[in-house]
Design a protein around this ligand. Structure first.
Ligand SMILES: C[S@@+](CC[C@H](N)C(=O)[O-])C[C@H]1O[C@@H](n2cnc3c(N)ncnc32)[C@H](O)[C@@H]1O
Length: 259
């Protein structure tokens, strides 16, 4: 395989490294997170003549990339690296400030909770996390104004009883999606890829929950005349992959050919 490809979510560079190792392709690497990106840059250093790095949100691809490319890969959401950095505030298991920003800019999750009224917060919990009892949980969050991940997890667990653990997961997911404007950015960027990826090129998206899946399939339905769905059934990780990386268990891969 040769040609030029974009890794829109490089993270610490796992996929990029695999592509560079196994092909002659040129790669354009994006990621919003400066910390993971630094690791990726070091890891991919030996391929420097075939890689370009942009520590930017992938929504900026159209402003930065002037050429047409042969394919783009999105591996959405959170990296294991980010989950394990307590100070970035993504993990409900580790204590840290309520931050949750991929790019370390804009409003943190703590500020978001302060800024939103309880109705808006409840709607976000429901729309982005499918949180049950979202009104009740939003009321308690607004009352207590948590500053740390542990405080937020405790408050949610206390107000949901048996459903506690699931509710905590869903509240963290909803806040993260809102803080990073994930859905709007994904919709806009997928549409822009139709002008960036060459004819016969590929758009590949790995998603981790149904909200992302719906956006990807809506993009396909709205652009049927420009896209060929290559994965009639979503591609799921193998058992070995799940054993090696538990987070991959909810991954769904969809691939499109631009026609
Ligand atoms: C699942 S991880 C990717 C892991 C990567 N494929 C690897 O092999 O290491 C998702 C990455 O996407 C990044 N990300 C999420 N939304 C982004 C956006 N809108 N623009 C740029 N990067 C984003 C996160 O910072 C995170 O590093």
């Amino acid at each position: 395989m040769s040609g030029t490809y974009i890794d829109a979510t490089t993270g610490t560079g796992g996929h990029s490294q695999y592509i560079l190792e196994h092909t002659d392709a040129k790669l354009i690497c994006f990621d919003a997170d400066p910390d993971a990106f630094q690791i990726a840059k070091e890891r991919l250093g030996k391929y420097i003549e075939r890689v370009r790095f942009y520590n930017k949100n992938f929504v900026h691809i159209p402003e930065i990339i002037e050429e047409n490319v042969d394919g783009v890969l999105f591996d959405l959401g959170l990296s294991s690296y980010l989950v394990n950095q307590s100070e970035r505030g993504f993990s409900y298991r580790l204590n840290g400030p309520l931050d949750m920003r991929y790019g370390k800019t804009g409003r943190t999750a703590e500020d978001t909770i302060k800024f939103l009224d309880k109705y808006a917060l409840s709607k976000i919990l429901f729309d982005y996390g499918g949180v049950r009892y979202s009104k009740r949980i939003a009321n308690v969050i607004k009352e207590k104004l948590p500053k740390t991940t542990s405080e937020l997890a405790y408050i949610v667990r206390r107000s949901t009883g048996k459903q506690g653990k699931k509710a905590v997961m869903k509240v963290f997911q909803a806040l993260r999606i809102y803080v990073n404007n994930e859905y709007e950015i994904l919709k806009e960027t997928l549409n822009n890829m139709l002008d960036i990826v060459k004819k016969s090129g590929r758009i590949v998206v790995i998603s981790y929950h149904s909200g992302e899946g719906k956006i990807i399939m809506k993009f396909f339905r709205e652009n049927r005349e420009r896209l060929n769905l290559l994965t009639k059934k979503v591609v799921k990780p193998t058992e070995t992959e799940i054993r090696e990386n538990r987070r991959s268990r909810s991954a769904n891969l969809r691939a499109f050919e631009v026609i």
